[in-house]
Design a protein around this ligand. Structure first.
Ligand code: KIV
Ligand code: NA
Length: 275
């Protein structure tokens, strides 16, 4: 099967097929995602937190996005690969074009995701005209967290109207899809019906055209509480800890490695060595 295209992505909405998108940050994980049939990969700037251990996405650089996109690209042959442009890398149209050139040429991304609405529409238009498919991102946009916090957005009528307007502005500017993060389900459904391009929800209810989740959240890689919008489809972190403590114990007690993991010397060589 060939790689998912932007046209395939639109066709999924047109035919009423829901779109499963997942963040992936490296080669080994991309191989796994591919085996699982994930049609759309997001190399998200959430890598700042889950891969780099930072508190926010703000310190993530264009170089980091390129590095992770390259690894994902090597392990993925079928998915549409969308890459986030990081904080302040698309402040002006020229910045955006420069960042896009690097992420697409060096990183191998097929499409970019930018946070923001009507205020970034000229940038979305410019990139789109240059052949760069752009996905928008509205609602809880983590790059703006010092301004808007990390709470649900657009719960009141004015903010909800603004979000609807932002979605239309992104569509008019040529965006091929929009992530809706932590907004009321009713609003997300309304947005999904009022734009022709697919909406991809996270914490935005079941009424979107697709869903995006973070790798570590769906696989249960971190201990403790997951975000409310996430569901742990497995407890892989627990399994990893179990497997690794087993390994440590066996090395310490001398039951691993055994003859089965070893190479032997031919008897005549051994004899000569001992004489
Ligand atoms: O960076 C990210 O993982 C994201 C998704 C949560 C939408 O932007
Ligand atoms: Na992101």
């Amino acid at each position: 099967m060939r790689r998912t295209t932007i046209a395939d992505f639109q066709k999924m909405k047109d035919e009423g097929r829901r779109i499963a998108m997942l963040t992936v940050y490296d080669y080994a994980s991309a191989l796994i995602a591919e085996q699982a049939g994930v049609p759309v990969i997001l190399v998200g700037d959430s890598l700042g937190m889950v891969m780099q251990g930072q508190d926010t996405t703000l310190p993530v650089r264009v170089e980091d996005m390129i590095y992770h996109a390259q690894m994902v690209r090597r392990g993925s042959h079928k998915a549409l690969i969308v890459v986030d442009l990081p904080f302040l890398s698309y402040a002006t149209e020229q910045d955006a074009v420069n960042a896009a050139r690097r992420v697409m040429q060096e990183g191998g991304g097929q499409a970019l995701k930018l946070e923001g609405g009507r205020e970034i529409a000229p940038i979305v238009r410019r990139l789109t005209e240059m052949g760069v498919p752009v996905m928008g991102h509205l609602g809880l946009t983590p790059q703006a967290q010092h301004q808007i916090g990390l709470r649900a957005q657009a719960k009141q009528v004015e903010a909800a109207r603004k979000l609807l307007d932002d979605a239309r502005a992104l569509e008019e500017a040529g965006a091929f899809g929009i992530v809706l993060e932590v907004i009321p389900a009713e609003l997300a459904e309304r947005v999904s019906k009022s734009v022709a391009i697919p909406t991809i929800g996270i914490g935005a209810g079941p009424g979107c055209d697709g869903q995006v989740q973070v790798w570590h959240d769906v696989l249960g890689l971190f201990e403790g509480k997951s975000p409310r919008h996430a569901h742990r489809f497995a407890e892989i972190g627990e399994q990893m800890v179990g497997a690794l403590s087993h390994y440590v114990r066996q090395v310490e007690e001398g039951s691993f490695p055994t003859q089965a993991q070893s190479v032997s010397m031919k008897p005549d060589v051994l004899k000569a060595l001992e004489s």
